[in-house]
Design a protein around this ligand. Sequence first.
Ligand code: FAD
Length: 164
Amino acid sequence: MPGVFAVGDVNGGPQFTYISLDDHRIVLDQLTGEGTRTTTDREAVPTTMFLTPPLARVGITETEARAEGRPVLVATKNIADIAAMPRPKILGDTHGLIKVLVDPATDLVLGATVFSVDSQEVINLIALAMRAGVTASTLRDGIWTHPSSTEALNEVLAGLHPSE
Ligand SMILES: Cc1cc2nc3c(=O)[nH]c(=O)nc-3n(C[C@H](O)[C@H](O)[C@H](O)COP(=O)(O)OP(=O)(O)OC[C@H]3O[C@@H](n4cnc5c(N)ncnc54)[C@H](O)[C@@H]3O)c2cc1C
């Protein structure tokens, strides 16, 4: 119905606070802006399940890529084995892993799972890279603050190999 908007959890979309925030931006744009914003602007929306450590995801999984018959490069590393990731050791929680999927043709990130301390932050960076077309090589070669969890990208993305 024209002029009636369903914003947030009630509209049947993803039920997250930041999706409700974006719904509000769309309605504001429709009412007072250019009316160009829609839910189709939403690429690479990350999610985090606040376990200990948190489990964060964005994009497609390796299983989904396989189901589509899509060739992907994959890099996986256990947090405890990532020498270039000091934050979990500092915080005393080295559980988890990082897994990143990359398109072999374009070097663009297709998806990632980050299961570690700070994953709710690292996944936002990866999601932004996906939206902005930043390549996996750029993330791999990035200059990141130390000690941080972002540094893991230097090491994990150096281990990309074809998915088996
Ligand atoms: C336990 C739990 C944990 C969550 N954790 C996260 C998380 O970590 N991250 C995240 O992004 N999301 C999380 N969510 C989801 C998030 O809370 C919702 O997606 C978000 O609050 C939705 O915002 P909303 O404005 O659509 O609805 P709400 O925040 O539910 O706001 C709706 C408001 O409408 C009011 N209302 C209802 N009926 C009427 C009425 N008839 N008249 C007037 N007012 C009415 C309600 O009282 C409420 O204040 C969590 C949800 C739950 C339940």
